[in-house]
Structures are given as structure tokens and as C-alpha cells.
Design a protein around this ligand. Structure first.
Ligand code: IPM
Ligand code: MG
Length: 369
């Protein structure tokens, strides 16, 4: 029996609308195949929202997001508003949305696809088989702590503040995931220097008592940054604070060969949002060259979260098929590449089992029937 879901579609800036269009194609393929009904509602966020309303997170967008069963987000950020000293910036839209929806757990899976290991600048034998997931705390820490300058503008500060409940809730989420994986959790912090990190350790140690089967380890963030490159297969579930997770997840994207491959889920107690890890790539906007894989995999993460697991698996399988057949966008294969929209069409056709369309797929010469 089909399900009915309300889905907010926030395409955002730069390549956001292009990758989102492919995500929506895939969503529609699943809708048709399984007899579901998805009510999609589009709304503005980021630079495009500032252009129209002077507000990166307009009230109307927040309403759409709050009313939805899930939110899909493309990307935010535009060169027009790149100056970090501006009072109103696109990033405020995303940060405001994460906070307003209570999305405290940002989940970023990282995988080295066999077919792509050769594309990573890291030695193949190091990354072969890498498959881990980063749990990044998303609504606290230095991103949301008190900040200010003194009156004569000779000093500025940001504070990294964490309450126990903020650490506990994401720690539980990370341990639960570890239970379904290799049962290894690594807490990444800077406990040799920061009090808030020592507090994380203390709090996570207590939560760990509920999950005796999970092997808990600790790494300082500087060492973790090195181990990610030296020994990425050593990680299973990584748990970390907001800023550390932001930095490490961009670093981790090198393992997969392209930032265009990394999806993410941001989960709260009531709400959920799914977005690629990559940004708005303004230089690529409008050229149909962006890699929509991260967006499409974010849709898969949404289905998994909505307990529609076969639907999610269809998407993962379709992406694997594309990798196997070397169906790739120019970031991965500049010689024989498919455009962003062609890639979306192909994934859609594979999911729908549209043999005619799939057969027409030939490297570099794909045309839509
Ligand atoms: C991310 C991004 C955002 C963040 C920016 C755009 C505010 O880098 O989602 O990783 O720092 O969280
Ligand atoms: Mg980031």
C-alpha cells in the first residue's frame, strides 16, 4: 500500500536547483513504482531568498519546512553574498533552518566505491573498502555559542558551549547506528585542550554503558584528520562536535573521489532534512555539469528514514549500476561524461525498469528517448 508524504523542496542557490531537479526525478520514479503520493512544496532559502525577500529564511519557507514530513535541500551560497562581513548571508538561512527544526544529528556516510578508488588522490590501497559514517552535532557548539567583539573592536570571541542533553541525544543516535554496523564508535575531540571536549568524553562514557557491545575509542581531532587519510578503513562510526564534523566531513569527501558523492541526513526528534554535503558551486551553475549523486543519495537517506527501505535500496542499487557502467558526470570522468540532467534521467530509468531508455545509454552519446 502506498504512503502519502509531504516533502518540502528547497533547491537554494547555484547548482542547487539543477541537482534538486534530478532528486525530484528519482522521487517521482519511486512514487510511480510503489504507488506512493508525495506532495512536493517548493520554497526559497539562501541567496535567492535574500534577493526576493531580504531574508535568507523567509517565514513562508519555515512554515513549509515545519509542515513537511521531510525536507530536501539543494545548496545555499552565492558569490554575490560571499563577503563574510555582510550582515545578511545565505548561510544564516541554513543554520536558522537547522536550529528551528531541531536537527541536532547530522549524519554523513562516506564510502569508497570500488569503481572510483582510482580517482581519489589518496593511494588506492589505503582507501579500498573505506565505509564509515560521521555523526556531527549540528545545533550546538561554537556555531551557536555566544559571540561578540569588545567596544573598541580590538577583540572578538566565539564560545563552544555544550549541555549534557545535547551530547547525550546525538551520542545515542550514533551508538544505535554503530549497533547495526561494525559496533565501533570513535569519539573525536580535543580533550587534551578543551573543557567542552572533556565534558563530551565524560558524557559519552556514561551513554556508552547502554551499549556494552559497542567498542568505544577516542581520537584527538588533529590526529583524526591524519588518520582519515592514512587509515580510513579503521573508522566505523565517528562522533564529533559541530565544527570538527564540518571540517572532517569535507576532508573525508576526498576518499570517495568527489564532494559530489556525499549525501547527508540531518535528524531531530520530530523533523528531518536531507542535503548533499557539497556547496552551491556557483562556477558550475547553469552549465548542467554538476554531479547530482549526493542529492540523489540524500533522497535515498530520506526513504530509509521514512522506513521505506526497499525504495532506498532501489536508489542505492541504481547509483551502483551507474558506477559499474561508468556513467559519470565530468567531475569523475571528464573524457566520457554525462550531464547532470542525463545522469538523473538514467537513474530514473533504471529505477523504473525502463529497458528502452537504459539500452539507449551509451557512454557520451546518451540521448533521451
Ligand atoms: C556544511 C556547510 C555549512 C556548515 C555552511 C554552509 C554554513 O559547510 O553543511 O557543512 O558549516 O555547516
Ligand atoms: Mg561544511
Amino acid at each position: 500500500m502506498g504512503v502519502t508524504k509531504k516533502i518540502a523542496v528547497l533547491a537554494g542557490d547555484g547548482i542547487g536547483p539543477e541537482v534538486m531537479a534530478q532528486g525530484v526525478k528519482v522521487l517521482k520514479a519511486i512514487e510511480d513504482k510503489y504507488g506512493h503520493t508525495f506532495h512536493l512544496k517548493e520554497a526559497m532559502i539562501g541567496g535567492c531568498a535574500i534577493d526576493k525577500t531580504s531574508n535568507p529564511l523567509p517565514e513562508a519557507t519555515l512554515e513549509v519546512a515545519l509542515d513537511a514530513d521531510a525536507v530536501l535541500l539543494g545548496a545555499i551560497g552565492s558569490p554575490k553574498y560571499a563577503d563574510p562581513t555582510l550582515k545578511v548571508r545565505p548561510e544564516q538561512g541554513l543554520l536558522g533552518l537547522r536550529k528551528a527544526l531541531g536537527l541536532y544529528a547530522n549524519i554523513r556516510p562516506v564510502k569508497a566505491y570500488d569503481k572510483l578508488v582510482g580517482l581519489s588522490p589518496i593511494k588506492n590501497e589505503r582507501i579500498q573498502g573505506a565505509d564509515f559514517v560521521i555523526f556531527r552535532e549540528l545545533t550546538g557548539g561554537i556555531y551557536f555559542g555566544e559571540n561578540s567583539r569588545n567596544e573598541d573592536n580590538t577583540m572578538a570571541f566565539d564560545t563552544m558551549t555544550y549541555h549534557d542533553y545535547e551530547i547525550q541525544r546525538i551520542a545515542h543516535a550514533a551508538f544505535k547506528t554503530a549497533m547495526n554496523r561494525r559496533k565501533e564508535l570513535c569519539l573525536v575531540d580535543k580533550a587534551n585542550v578543551l573543557e567542552s571536549s572533556r565534558f563530551w568524553r565524560e558524557t559519552v562514557d556514561k551513554v556508552a554503558k547502554d551499549y556494552p557491545e559497542v567498542q568505544l575509542s577516542y581520537l584527538y581531532v588533529d590526529n583524526a584528520a591524519m588518520q582519515l587519510i592514512l587509515n580510513p578503513t579503521g573508522f566505523d562510526v565517528m562522533l564529533t562536535a559541530n565544527l570538527f564534523g564540518d571540517i572532517l566531513s569535507d576532508e573525508a569527501s576526498v576518499i570517495g573521489g568527489s564532494l559530489g558523492l556525499l549525501p547527508s541526513a540531518s535528524i531531530g526528534d520530530k523533523r528531518c532534512l536531507f542535503e548533499p554535503v557539497h556547496g552551491s558551486f556557483p562556477e558550475g551553475a547553469g552549465k548542467d555539469i554538476a554531479n547530482p549523486t549526493a542529492m540523489i543519495l540524500s533522497v535515498a537517506m530520506m526513504f530509509d528514514h521514512l522506513e521505506l527501505h526497499q525504495e532506498a535500496k532501489d536508489i542505492y542499487d541504481a547509483i551502483d549500476t551507474c558506477m559499474d557502467k561508468s556513467i559519470m558526470t565530468p567531475d569523475l570522468n571528464p573524457e566520457v561524461s554525462y550531464s547532470c540532467s542525463q545522469f538523473g534521467d538514467i537513474v530514473q530509468a533504471i529505477i523504473s525498469g525502463d529497458e528502452i531508455k537504459i539500452k539507449s545509454v551509451q557512454a557520451g552519446s546518451y540521448s533521451i528517448i
